[in-house]
Design a protein around this ligand. Structure first.
Ligand code: NCD
Length: 365
């Protein structure tokens, strides 16, 4: 597999291989390298980004390569109604690897289908953010703890946050005990909850407030409210009120273990108090820094620049089933013309089918 689109496309061993490689890259990050000399990364950012885009660009420069791309789709032929497929068809002539962030769920999958060079998903709507998860897990892995015996609380907007959606699968892959901490209405979507239970057999506990479990956690992963993804029928002020129930501050963290890591994909808004920044348990800035060696490792591996095997791929059963049209509003199938209707069967006690692009469950009419 040449692309990296979903965290559940890779195994634990494959992730650990990336972590070891990232560890080696920490030296190259300091000293510089020409591992990717003459190679070009294209960053195609249809949605806002600070850390993800800049850390990918920094990673490619540290590897001795070059970068081109855009951060405003309105300044591209997207504004002239060019299809995603056509854009990718062309951009892959200009670069050796593509990184895409898009406001349509499944857009990275479509890009990978079109591209002749590797494609990395840097976030597709509320669906997945797999390179963030590698960064998050690398941050835990670097502590040297036995990951299969730790408990991680994933707190906040678990409904609309793609970082959380990828993370829970990553945690489950490592056999980490998961505590989902979300107020009612912001809990994990049924698809993710179903896969955690039936595909991963994960050990999951659900609570509504961090105070209920703070003393049990080895890491607390905080997510902001994804205001920009709230559907029209929800009142933003009301949801904000609900979200204020999970504000993380010094008073709460006083009750946490002395070595509990506080993580956050960033940006933070007001769910994570600034007073925590000076607490030695606050690991979020280090976590964002870890995104550079992780992305160096991933790109070097996918471009075949290192002497280690790439990802094998999970070999899912994908079927074309005309009756299983996906109706998710932000799914790429609702916006990009001429996509085949592709679904995957999901394990569990009853037959479930998921859209191959956005992962949402689909049912025949
Ligand atoms: C996350 C994202 O874009 O999904 N940010 C990031 O990439 N570090 C999380 C967020 O925006 O809340």
């Amino acid at each position: 597999m040449r692309d990296f689109i979903r965290i559940d496309d890779v195994t634990r061993e494959e992730m650990e291989r990336v972590f070891h490689l990232a560890h080696d890259m920490e030296v190259m990050r300091e000293m510089g390298s020409d591992l990717c000399k003459g190679r070009i990364l294209a960053t195609l950012f249809y949605e806002p980004s600070t850390r993800t885009r800049l850390s990918f660009e920094s990673a490619m420069f540290r590897l001795g390569g070059n970068v081109l791309g855009f951060a405003d789709p309105q300044a591209t032929s997207f504004a002239k109604a060019e299809t995603l497929a056509d854009t990718i068809q062309m951009v892959c002539n200009y670069a050796d690897i593509l990184v895409i962030r898009h406001f349509w769920a499944g857009a990275a999958k479509v890009a990978a289908q079109q591209s002749r060079v590797p494609v990395i998903n840097a976030g597709d709507d509320g669906n997945q953010h797999p390179t963030q998860t590698l960064t998050d897990l690398y941050t835990l892995w670097k502590t040297g703890r036995d990951l299969s015996s730790i408990t991680v609380g994933v707190c906040g907007d678990l409904r609309f946050g793609r970082a959380a959606h990828s993370l829970v699968y990553g945690l489950a892959t490592f056999g980490i005990n998961i505590v989902l901490i979300a107020p009612p209405g912001l809990d994990l979507p049924p698809e993710e909850a179903w896969r955690l239970e039936h595909v991963y057999g994960a050990d999951v506990t659900c609570v509504e407030e961090p105070g209920e479990v703070i003393g049990d956690l080895d890491a607390l992963y905080v997510n902001r409210l994804q205001k920009e993804r709230l559907p029209k029928e929800l009142d933003p002020a009301e949801v904000q009120q609900i979200a204020s129930r999970y504000r993380i501050d010094a008073e709460l963290i006083r009750r946490a273990k002395s070595d509990c890591l506080v993580l956050h994909p960033l940006p933070r808004v007001d769910e994570l108090a600034r007073e925590l920044d000076s607490d030695p348990r606050a690991t979020y800035f280090e976590q964002s820094s870890n995104g550079v060696p992780i992305r160096m490792a991933l790109m070097a591996m996918l471009m075949g620049r290192v002497d280690r095997p790439g990802f094998a791929g999970q070999g899912r059963d994908v079927e074309e089933r005309a009756e299983h049209v996906c109706h998710a509003e932000t799914c790429v199938t609702q916006h990009e013309p001429r996509l085949p209707v592709l679904t995957e069967t999901v394990d569990g006690p009853s037959e479930k089918h998921a859209c191959h692009y956005c992962g949402r469950f689909v049912a025949a009419p």
